[in-house]
Design a protein around this ligand. Structure first.
Ligand SMILES: O=P(O)(O)O[C@H]1[C@H](O)[C@@H](OP(=O)(O)O)[C@H](OP(=O)(O)O)[C@@H](OP(=O)(O)O)[C@H]1O
Ligand SMILES: Nc1ncnc2c1ncn2[C@@H]1O[C@H](COP(=O)(O)OP(=O)(O)O)[C@@H](O)[C@H]1O
Length: 429
């Protein structure tokens, strides 16, 4: 996840930060589109992993809540409390219910309206920022929208994660509260083999004095999509967090409450006396309760076409329970299941050849599964708020069991298990 630090600070070694204002009107110039706002603004330091301080975290036990389609779009994220969208179960939400009006837009809008730096310092629409282009400044673009039929765009839906972290823009892109760690990952990913498996990244933008990472909305090309968020890996906290917890323990009341909401007997006598638990203890408990420890991934949330949303998977631990959730997610559609299996197999090959993946500990990152009734299906990696570079010459095989110090994340172990489960669900040829 990503957190928004309070104090902006200069970005070391990043060159100019380019703030794309997504609301900037597009001026039509011959063979040019308007100047991208390119200023050197302060950016923010490393994500704050623990903003709530000791015992003062937000009170958000495992209460019923929603998959957020609830008005995040366009509303100032800063005005909303940052909290997890946790444990809604089959809430029967209409995806459009509390969203702002859907906008009329161009077919494939995600590919047309975005502005990007090009080699010669100009801008091409629809091309994401790449690392080597990042330093180019003061660019101009010329582009007129092609004449294509219009369609209603489905509103963006957030399945899990911190409420208030996201906003949408009128070009079908997503603004996620700025996190330097995530920005650095995206910049590298834009020129890595993994690029087709992550949302295209467009740099940093600002809205109401808040910095955001700007990326493609992966739902943009789907009609009333079904969405599933699966957190990958055998561990969901960084080794660094463990170290900090030892050096400076910060018991969390909010996590204690989330814990007892699921299992009143889970806290130890000492934790009960304190009415608080350490974050790493909470995370480890979540891992063993769910399939993270046994399968190397866990389902976080599922939102179906009919608007129903379920984030009540904390106890989904065993293979047969995962199978049941997946069957329900694809509505027993074997074509979609096959598409997902193929996509995961492709991802596994690309991960094996990715320089980025070799050099990073990937923790707390999710795979976002998206399909719709047409049979179209896609899977992308999201959430790089806790994906950190490894100190050279360390590299991971992403399959070995974790032991403190080896930094293994179990990502490929989880992916292998996921593929095996999908394969077992498909009819034999
Ligand atoms: O899913 P539940 O049980 O609610 O627990 C959440 C998730 O593990 C979050 O990870 P993610 O955002 O990857 O889903 C984590 O944020 P971090 O990523 O910051 O560790 C939250 O920590 P806090 O934000 O510290 O509460 C933790 O409370
Ligand atoms: N690029 C994207 N396109 C569409 N939906 C996204 C995208 N990134 C995130 N989401 C939605 O937001 C949710 C939370 O995303 P995540 O990056 O994990 O946020 P957090 O850091 O707050 O946990 C996901 O479950 C998904 O529903």
């Amino acid at each position: 996840m990503t957190k928004t630090p309070d104090t902006p600070a200069p970005c070391p070694g990043m060159g100019d930060i380019h703030h794309n204002n997504p609301e900037e009107p597009v001026e039509q110039l011959p063979r040019r589109v308007p100047e991208l706002v390119v200023t050197c603004e302060p950016c923010v330091t490393q994500c704050d992993q623990s903003p709530h301080g000791p015992t003062t975290g937000p009170h958000h036990p495992d209460e019923e809540s929603i998959c957020s389609d609830s008005g995040l779009s366009g509303s100032p994220a800063s005005s909303l409390e940052l909290r997890k969208l946790s444990n809604a179960s089959s809430a029967g939400l209409s995806p459009a219910s509390s969203f702002e009006e859907c906008e009329e837009d161009l077919m494939g809008y995600g590919e047309c309206n975005s502005q990007t730096l090009t080699q010669d310092g100009g801008l091409f629409p629809g091309e994401p920022v790449t690392t080597d282009l990042w330093k180019k400044s003061k660019a101009m673009v010329n582009w007129s929208p092609p004449s294509v039929p219009v369609r209603k765009r489905s509103p963006w839906v957030q399945v899990v994660g911190h409420a208030g972290n996201f906003q949408t823009d009128s070009d079908g892109r997503l603004l996620k509260k700025y996190c330097e760690c995530e920005q650095l990952c995206f910049l590298q990913l834009m020129s890595d083999r993994l690029r087709p498996f992550v949302p295209a990244y467009y740099g940093v933008t600002q809205r109401e004095e808040q910095d955001y990472n700007l990326m493609d909305d992966l739902l943009a090309d789907f009609d009333s999509p079904c969405i599933m968020d699966c957190k990958m890996g055998s561990r969901t906290y960084l080794e660094e967090e463990l170290k900090k917890a030892r050096e400076c323990p910060q018991p969390r009341k909010d996590m204690y409450e989330k814990m007892i909401a699921v299992d009143p007997h889970a806290p130890t006598a000492e934790e009960q006396a304190q009415q608080a638990v350490l974050k790493t203890r909470y995370m480890q408990w979540r891992e063993t309760l769910s399939s993270t420890a046994t399968l190397g991934f866990r389902i976080e949330g599922i939102k179906k076409t009919d608007g129903t949303c379920n984030t009540n998977f904390k106890r989904t631990k065993y293979k047969d329970e995962v199978v049941q959730a997946l069957e329900d997610f694809v509505d027993n559609n074997m074509l979609i299941l096959k598409n997902y299996q193929q996509r995961l197999k492709e991802l596994r090959i690309v991960l094996g050849n990715s320089d980025f993946f070799k050099a990073h500990e990937v923790v707390g990152s999710s795979l976002l599964f998206v399909h719709d009734q047409t049979g179209k299906a896609g899977i992308w990696m999201i959430d790089f708020g806790k994906t950190v570079p490894l100190p050279s010459p360390l590299s991971l095989d992403h399959r070995s069991p974790w032991a403190e110090g080896n930094r293994e994340d179990g990502y490929l172990w989880g992916l292998d298990n996921f593929i095996d489960i999908l394969t077992s669900m498909l009819p034999e040829k």
